[in-house]
Design a protein around this ligand. Sequence first.
Ligand code: TIU
Length: 221
Amino acid sequence: MVAIAADPFEFTFDPAQTALIVIDMQRDFIEPGGFGATLGNDVSLLQAIVPTVADLIAGFRAAGLPVIHTRECHLPDLSDCPPAKRLRGAPSLRIGDPGPMGRVLIAGEPGAEIVPDLAPLPGEIVIDKPGKGAFYATGLGDILAARGITHLVFAGVTTEVCVQTTMREANDRGYRCLLAADATESYFPEYKKAAIDMIIAQGAIVGWAAPTAAIVEALNG
Ligand code: TIU
């Protein structure tokens, strides 16, 4: 077992039963002209964590542990995109509309790809998900069960939307969940802080949080 100094208390795990889940580090959320920007957000905040997420991924790869990437995106015919999602609010472009990085949030379009600095290696698992949570309507649960994974480390965007939703899904399924606090970001810094506070409150009611450097050192130290 390995131990990491974490909030609200030490996180212990067997590396052989641990995987990294990198949530939605896609051009559509991180680059101008994509889904995040169409919702009115400043994407530069999210760009800033790319090197830290790269360090975390490198640490898992160096330790020979699984790296699982997710992408929020929809089928080209939008059959997996509820109208309640597509018609929400007043974005400048809706899901499926043509934009500067292809059709917004559609699988196979340039905007739905993971940013080049964090590109999955051949053989790494990539989960396309229609919802905010990575367990909903995907094979993630079966993939983790087949590999005997019991502990999950999380990174990616955005903290209070897809990352928190997925951590809550995982927590309810019995996984022990650690968030790499500097490898996740929100368009709203106050929501990032609030999400982490909620996750670790009440004795890790959803999970733990620790810095990337501590996680990488524990894996490879
Ligand atoms: N809008 C926002 O903050 N997030 C999303 O729509 N998806 C993810 O968090 N990936």
